[in-house]
Design a protein around this ligand. Structure first.
Ligand code: NAD
Ligand code: IPM
Ligand code: MN
Length: 354
């Protein structure tokens, strides 16, 4: 059976890193005899420039007809003067997440042992390294709560959650922890926010079905600090939409670079959207220096979750490991004694190991 993959490269470094991700997917498909059909579609600023809208109907249709979406990134200074609701992030990425009910955003933050020197953490804090999973609720919370708006000298967003929205993401957290080190740290601000008080109550309820998994609660401000003090204490970090956004960028840097952090946005079935956790990086776009590894590891997650091929995932992961073993680095993760390579060279090198 052929798996259909919509390819939405988007803006900034998006097209550069997506090209490397596609090379890796094609090589992986050859190796495992998978039949993949790629359909490119415009999204974000690129779509605004060509068609006047960030998420053209044809693009949405292609996604609807696909088994997965391979997404680069959207946004940039060119489009920041548009009315906020027409900008790429709010007019394309958020509607895609909402349309496909992609409520579970998995952001695995893994320190590859070869990148200990690229991490800003001290060697004694890194120890043998860390492997944590930021699990971010992606279709509710302050991003989507209504009302939002402006009136006179006031602007407002609404932070709201419904119990079933918390139940379903909490179940994903406990199920994931069960396959890992059996610990969930639930992040909230229950000392201030009413939604957090309910979040905590609901997570405690769900936890009763997973007695083999340890649950702890942590305030977001403390969590931001603890991540740096001792990232090894964490296994699955369960967050609402906004806290997960912020903690995942923080966690990415601990692994060496935002260019290392992939993501999978999932719903209840096999459909998923796969994108790096970082953005379009306008400051380095067009220079062939961006790190494609987050995009390539997102391709690995696509194999695992949408194609049901953990073996293909592991092969891509191991290819990345081997290239890092040989001391090839993009600029963002460069350190002494290593050889700097471009975006496309990194993609080639990883393909060569598949
Ligand atoms: P960003 O993640 O694009 O960039 C932050 C910093 O990280 C920059 O210095 C950038 O050069 C660096 N960086 C990011 N990815 C990198 C990579 N693969 N390799 C090397 N360095 C990398 O965040 P920002 O600057 O806050 O946002 C820029 C634009 O991207 C904005 O328009 C923002 O809204 C958008 N954005 C889009 C997405 C998405 O499409 N999923 C995610 C985040 C930000
Ligand atoms: C991310 C990004 C997006 C978010 C923006 C671009 C809407 O920062 O995927 O982390 O905040 O979710
Ligand atoms: Mn973000």
């Amino acid at each position: 059976m052929t798996a259909k993959i919509a390819v939405l490269a988007g803006d900034g470094i998006g097209p550069e890193v997506v090209e490397q991700g596609l090379k890796v997917l094609e090589k992986t498909a050859q190796k495992f005899n998978l039949s993949l059909e790629f359909t490119p579609a415009r999204v974000g600023g690129a779509a605004i420039d060509q068609e006047g809208t960030a998420l053209p109907a044809a693009t949405l249709q292609i996604c609807q007809n696909s088994d997965a979406v391979f997404f680069g990134s959207v946004g940039g200074p060119q489009w920041e003067k548009l009315p906020p609701e027409q900008q790429p992030e709010r007019a394309a990425l958020l509607p895609l997440r909402q349309t496909f009910n992609l409520y579970a955003n998995l952001r695995p933050a893994i320190l590859f042992k070869q990148l200990k020197n690229a991490s800003p953490l001290r060697a004694d804090i890194i120890g043998e390294g860390f492997d944590l999973l930021i699990l971010r609720e992606l279709t509710s919370g302050i991003y989507f709560g209504q009302p939002k708006g402006r009136a006179d000298d006031k602007a407002f967003d609404t932070l709201s959650y419904r119990v079933p929205e918390i139940v379903r993401i909490a179940k994903v957290a406990f199920a994931a922890a069960r396959k890992r080190r059996k610990k969930v740290t639930s992040i909230d601000k229950a000392n201030v926010l009413t939604t957090s008080v309910m979040w905590r109550e609901v997570v405690v309820e769900v936890a009763k079905d997973y007695p083999d998994v340890a649950l702890e609660h942590m305030y977001i401000d403390n969590a931001a600090m603890q991540l740096i003090k001792n990232p090894r204490q964490f296994d699955v970090v369960l967050c609402d939409n906004m806290f997960g956004d912020i903690l995942s960028d923080e966690a990415s840097m601990l692994t060496g670079s935002i260019g290392m952090l992939p993501s999978a946005s999932l719903s209840d079935g096999n459909f998923g959207l796969y994108e790096p956790s970082g953005g379009s990086a306008p400051d380095i776009a067009g220079q062939n220096i961006a790190n494609p590894i987050a995009q390539i590891l997102s391709a690995a997650l696509l194999c695992k979750y949408s194609l049901g091929r953990p073996d293909a995932h592991d092969t891509i992961f191991s290819a990345v490991n081997q290239v890092l073993d040989e001391n090839y680095r993009t600029r963002d993760i460069m350190s002494a004694g290593c050889q700097e390579v471009s975006t496309s060279q990194m993609g080639e090198l990883i393909c060569g190991k598949i």
